[in-house]
Design a protein around this ligand. Structure first.
Ligand SMILES: NC(=O)c1ccc[n+]([C@@H]2O[C@H](COP(=O)([O-])OP(=O)(O)OC[C@H]3O[C@@H](n4cnc5c(N)ncnc54)[C@H](O)[C@@H]3O)[C@@H](O)[C@H]2O)c1
Length: 268
């Protein structure tokens, strides 16, 4: 007996930057069977990406799922409206969900669902499974990135300059995941994602280091609880387009989208 061919799922992408451009290119090339790309939304005009540039309103009318690759403000400002339209939302800017008001607004919205891509991090499958058996006692994420990628608009010029010029690794932040993603909104999505994986963002202790020798972006994830003890070390090559983002992220987004639309491959 052959399986019936499901109706294609219509997808739009918000954000045509380092992550979004690769996602848009893969969708346009038909790399995700069962997904029909309808266009992308971007706050600036872009060059020709082979799909129509549309407004958010058009994306909500035309798509069954919107893939966010734009930034935390899009999730905070438009996430609930997208879900209320009955459109699913795949979230890449996971740090947005550390704001309890944003998370509550998304939880209250629907019938669209919001789901989170694993993004730059791995090991979430077993952390989620272990947390379902019994809550963790301790979870930490240590991230090491190139110092210049960690300069923030709220830093004064002297502090930003110290960071840009440091010849040695420096600890830039130590604290909880919510504070970490507020202060470093584009750099600590991993901590937020681990928080969602273990079901308690408040549990995640974050350490952020800037290392001028960090050719790869490193994340060490450690979790201890009644189910066991877990440690993952991930070293990703930064994206050539945006050194704040790891090159693997758009491929993780595409993998997540495949699962979301019911076309998983291999390991789920
Ligand atoms: N989950 C993860 O592991 C992970 C990893 C890396 C980056 N991220 C997050 O993904 C997001 C995108 O990363 P990137 O490296 O592609 O960034 P980028 O700056 O290269 O691209 C962002 C794009 O979104 C567009 N944009 C911004 N605000 C918009 C809005 N309101 N409406 C429409 N378009 C808008 C920008 O013009 C730009 O084209 C960031 O928020 C980043 O923090 C998540």
């Amino acid at each position: 007996m052959t399986r019936p061919v499901p109706k294609p799922v219509r997808a739009a992408v918000i954000g045509a930057g380092a992550i979004g451009t690769t996602v848009i290119g893969a969708l346009r090339a038909g790399r995700l069977p069962g997904v029909e790309p309808v266009g992308f939304v971007n706050d600036r005009r872009t060059g020709d990406l082979g799909l129509p540039q549309i407004s958010l309103a058009e994306a909500m009318e035309r798509a069954d799922v919107i893939v966010e690759c734009a930034g935390q403000t899009v999730i905070a400002q438009s996430g609930p409206t997208i879900l209320d339209h009955g459109v699913d939302l795949l979230v890449t800017s996971v740090g947005a969900l550390c704001d309890p008001e944003v998370a509550a607004a998304l939880d209250a919205a629907g019938p669209g669902r919001y789901l989170i891509t694993s993004g730059a991090v791995g090991g979430l499958d077993i952390l989620t499974a272990a947390a379902a058996q019994a809550p963790f006692d301790r979870v930490s994420v240590t991230t090491v990135k190139l110092p210049e990628t960690l300069v923030q608009p709220w830093m004064d010029e002297a502090a930003a300059d110290r960071l840009r010029r440091t010849a040695e690794p420096v600890e830039i932040f130590r604290g909880n995941a919510a504070e970490a993603t507020r202060l470093f909104p584009r750099s600590l999505n991993v901590a937020a994602t681990v928080g969602w994986g273990v079901g308690d963002i408040g549990l995640v202790e974050v350490r952020l280091l800037g290392d001028p020798e960090a050719a790869l972006t490193r994340h060490v994830i450690e979790a201890e609880g009644p189910c066991g003890s877990y440690r993952f070390e991930i070293a990703n090559l930064p994206s050539a387009q945006n050194p704040r983002t790891s090159g693997v992220v758009p491929h993780a987004v595409l993998r997540s989208l495949g699962v979301l639309v019911g076309q998983p491959r291999g390991v789920i």
